[in-house]
Ligand binder design. Structure first.
Ligand code: FAD
Ligand code: NAD
Length: 480
C-alpha cells in the first residue's frame, strides 16, 4: 500500500525545503524526498545551496578575506602581524562544520514542523503519484494531492575541458582543494568564477580567468561593469575577455598540470595551470525526474515548463527553484516554494520576478536589482541617475574599505526608483534597503527624506538618492 500525503516535495534544496516547511505550517501533511546521502549513508537536506553552493563558498570567501586583509591591509591600521600562513585543512574543516550545522538544522526544522523526510530518488509517475527508489534499490510509491518538483541544478560542462575531478574540477571540486594551487585557471568570469577565483587568489594562487564573452558581467551597466573589472583586476585576478577555450590536455606525471588552449582577439593562446575550475553555468536536473508516461512538459534546455505561479502542465504538479525559468538563485526558489504552498491554501501570494536581487560575494560585493541604465535606455524609459562613492563616506574611510559606489536609476516621469547597483563592502545588505523601498514603490525623494544613521555605509545609499536631484551634500553635484 502506498503512503499518502497531502503534499510530496521532490528535492530539499532551498526551494524544496522551504516549500515543504511552509506547506506543513499551513496544515498540509507533507513529505520531502531527498536523494543526497552523507558518507555514512544518512540523508542530507539543503541541496546545492547548503552543501556545495552558497554556504560553503561564503565560508571560504570569509576565511580568505580575513587572510587577505591580514596580508595586505593590517599594516594600514598600524597592526604588524607575521606574514601568516593558511592551514587549508583547518579552513575546510571550519567550512564543513558550518555546512553540517545548517544541513542538520534543516533536518531539525523538518522534525519540528512534522515534515516527513524520505530518503531516495523521487520520480513523478503521473498526477499525484511519486515513486521513491532508495539507495539499496528498494522502491516505494507515494500518493499526494499535490507534488512539488524541486530537483535543482548541476554544473554545466563544455567538451574542451572534461571534468576529471583531479586537475579539472567544477564548482564542487573547487570547494575541496587540499592545497592552494600555484597557478589556477578558471573558465567563466560569472558569479562562481569570480567568487571562487577570489578565494584562491586571496590565498596566494595566481589566477587567470578565461571568459568567452567580450563584455564583463553583462547584467551590470557598462560603468559598473568597468568599475568591477578594475577593482578585481587590481586585486590580482587576470581576467581575459573574449577568450574561447578550444581544448585542454593534462599531464599527470611528477608535476601534474593542465594546459588550456584558447582563441582570443590576440590569436591562439595556451596557458598552463595546476588546477582548472570550469564555471560556465548550471543546468536543471530533470533527467529521470518524471516517467515519460506522466507527460510532464520540459523545454529543450531541460527546464520544467511552468506558469507565473509555478504550475506545470499537469494539474496538482508544481515546479520551483533552479529547475524552472528565471535566475538560478536560492532566494528566488525559496520565494517560489512559499508562493506555491500559500496558493494551495487559497492565498494570493505572488513572486515579484521584476525585483530579484543578485549579489556576487567578492570584496567589494557587487549587487544589483531592478533596471539599470542600459535596460531603461533600451526600453525607451526616460530616467535620471544618482550615484555616490564609498571613497567619500566617513565610515568607509574609517574602515579603510573605500572601493565602489552606489548607483540608482530613477524614472524621470514619476521619480520612482527603477533599479539599484552597488559595488562596495556589504553591498548585499545595502542593496536590500533599496529593494524594500522599491517593493513599496518608493521614489528617490522618499529615500532622500529618510534619516540614516551616521556614520554608516548606508549613508552612501542616502547620498545617491540625494544626488538624483543634485542635492548630495558630501560631493559636488552635477549641473542639471
Ligand atoms: P538545489 O539546491 O540544487 O537542490 C535540489 C535538491 O534536489 C538536491 O538536494 C538534490 O539532491 C535533490 N534531488 C535532485 N533530484 C532528485 C530526485 N529525483 N529525488 C530526490 N531528490 C532529488 N545562490 C544564491 O542565491 N546565493 C549564493 O551566494 C549562491 N552561491 C552559490 C555558490 C555556488 C558554488 C553554487 C554552485 C551555487 C550558488 N548559488 C547561490 C545557487 C544556489 O545554490 C541555487 O540557486 C539553489 O541551491 C537552487 O535551489 P533548488 O532548491 O532549486 O535546488
Ligand atoms: P554564470 O552564468 O554566472 O557564468 C558563467 C560564465 O561562463 C559566463 O560569463 C559565460 O559567458 C561564461 N562561459 C560560458 N561558456 C564558456 C566557455 N566555453 N568559455 C569561456 N567562458 C564561458 O554561471 P556560474 O558562474 O557557473 O554560476 C552558475 C549559477 O549559480 C548562476 O546562475 C548563478 O546565479 C548561481 N550562483 C550564484 C551565486 C550568487 O548568487 N552569489 C554564486 C554562485 C553561483
Amino acid at each position: 500500500m502506498s503512503r499518502q500525503f497531502d503534499v510530496v516535495v521532490i528535492g530539499s534544496g532551498p526551494a524544496g525545503y522551504v516549500a515543504a516547511i511552509r506547506c506543513a505550517q499551513l496544515g498540509f501533511n507533507t513529505a520531502c524526498v531527498e536523494k543526497w546521502l552523507s558518507d555514512s549513508n544518512k540523508p542530507v537536506y539543503g541541496g546545492t545551496c547548503l552543501n556545495v553552493g552558497c554556504i560553503p563558498s561564503k565560508a571560504l570567501l570569509d576565511t580568505s578575506h580575513k587572510f587577505y586583509e591580514m596580508q595586505r591591509h593590517f599594516a594600514d591600521h598600524g597592526i604588524s602581524a607575521e606574514q601568516g600562513s593558511i592551514d587549508v585543512a583547518a579552513m575546510m574543516g571550519r567550512k564543513n562544520k558550518v555546512v553540517e550545522q545548517l544541513t542538520k538544522g534543516v533536518a531539525g526544522l523538518f522534525r519540528s514542523n512534522k515534515v516527513t523526510g524520505i530518503s531516495g530518488a523521487g520520480a513523478l509517475l503521473g498526477k499525484g503519484r511519486v515513486r521513491v527508489t532508495s539507495a539499496d534499490g528498494s522502491e516505494e510509491e507515494l500518493s499526494a494531492a499535490t507534488v512539488i518538483l524541486a530537483s535543482g541544478s548541476e554544473p554545466s560542462t563544455i567538451p574542451p575541458t572534461p571534468i576529471d575531478h583531479e586537475l579539472i574540477v567544477d564548482s564542487t571540486g573547487a570547494l575541496e582543494f587540499d592545497a592552494v594551487p600555484e597557478r589556477l585557471g578558471v573558465i567563466g568570469a560569472g558569479v562562481i568564477g569570480l567568487e571562487l577565483g577570489s578565494v584562491w587568489s586571496r590565498l596566494g594562487s595566481q589566477v587567470t580567468i578565461l571568459e568567452a564573452l567580450d563584455d564583463f558581467l553583462p547584467a551590470l551597466d557598462r560603468q559598473m561593469a568597468r568599475e568591477s573589472l578594475k577593482i578585481l583586476s587590481r586585486q590580482g585576478l587576470d581576467i581575459k575577455l573574449g577568450a574561447k577555450v578550444t581544448g585542454s590536455r593534462t599531464s599527470k606525471g611528477k608535476k601534474k598540470t593542465v594546459t588550456v588552449s584558447y582563441e582570443s582577439g590576440e590569436g591562439a593562446g595556451e596557458a598552463v595551470f595546476d588546477k582548472l575550475i570550469v564555471a560556465v553555468g548550471r543546468r536543471p536536473v530533470s533527467d529521470g525526474l518524471a516517467d515519460p508516461a506522466a507527460g510532464l512538459a520540459i523545454d529543450e534546455r531541460g527546464f520544467v515548463e511552468v506558469d507565473e505561479y509555478c504550475a506545470t502542465n499537469i494539474p496538482g504538479v508544481y515546479a520551483v527553484g533552479d529547475l524552472v525559468r528565471g535566475p538560478m538563485l536560492a532566494h528566488k526558489g525559496m520565494e517560489e516554494g512559499v508562493m506555491v504552498a500559500e496558493r494551495l491554501k487559497g492565498k494570493k501570494t505572488q513572486v515579484n520576478y521584476e525585483l530579484v536581487p543578485s549579489v556576487i560575494y567578492t570584496h567589494p560585493e557587487i549587487a544589483w536589482a531592478g533596471k539599470n541604465e542600459d535596460e531603461l535606455k533600451q526600453a525607451g524609459v526616460e530616467y535620471s541617475t544618482g550615484s555616490f562613492s564609498f571613497a567619500a563616506s566617513g565610515r568607509a574611510l574609517a574602515a579603510n574599505d573605500t572601493d565602489g559606489l552606489v548607483k540608482l536609476t530613477v524614472e524621470k516621469a514619476t521619480d520612482r526608483i527603477a533599479g539599484c547597483q552597488v559595488i562596495g563592502a556589504s553591498a548585499a545588505d545595502l542593496l536590500q534597503q533599496i529593494v524594500i523601498a522599491m517593493e513599496f514603490g518608493a521614489s528617490a525623494e522618499d529615500i532622500a527624506l529618510t534619516m540614516f544613521p551616521h556614520p554608516a555605509l548606508s549613508e552612501v545609499v542616502h547620498e545617491s538618492a540625494l544626488a538624483v536631484h543634485g542635492h548630495a551634500i558630501h560631493k559636488a553635484n552635477r549641473k542639471r
